[in-house]
Design a protein around this ligand. Sequence first.
Ligand code: ZN
Length: 138
Amino acid sequence: MKSYRKELWFNTAHRREYLNITAQVRSALTESGITEGLILVNAMHITASVFINDDEGGLHQDFENWLEGLAPEKPYSQYHHNGFEDNADAHLKRQIMGREVLVAITEGKLDLGPWEQIFYAEFDGKRRKRVLIKIIGE
Ligand code: ZN
């Protein structure tokens, strides 16, 4: 069995952003030389997510509105967590959007459905944060 590890680093301009990282994940797979196996992609921070869905701007705005409805950023004082920090909403958003995705690798390709794309979701950005890619297989 072979394994391959890579980190992707991000520093978003805004507090919340959705980045399509499918091409970067595909590049890591090519670098690994692995053609059959599994690829794990996870956020390494507790205020960011990795998820799979459609690359459609309206949907991303819908995610933003939905998450703000569930866990509004402001007022900061509404959260117990916001004593020394202001990111309680980001922890909650990350929890519901998930930590990681696991994708099958078949014949050297990401075995995704026709509309599936991999996203990094930032909920407390404007600083350097990273995603882990771990690939195992042969
Ligand atoms: Zn926090």
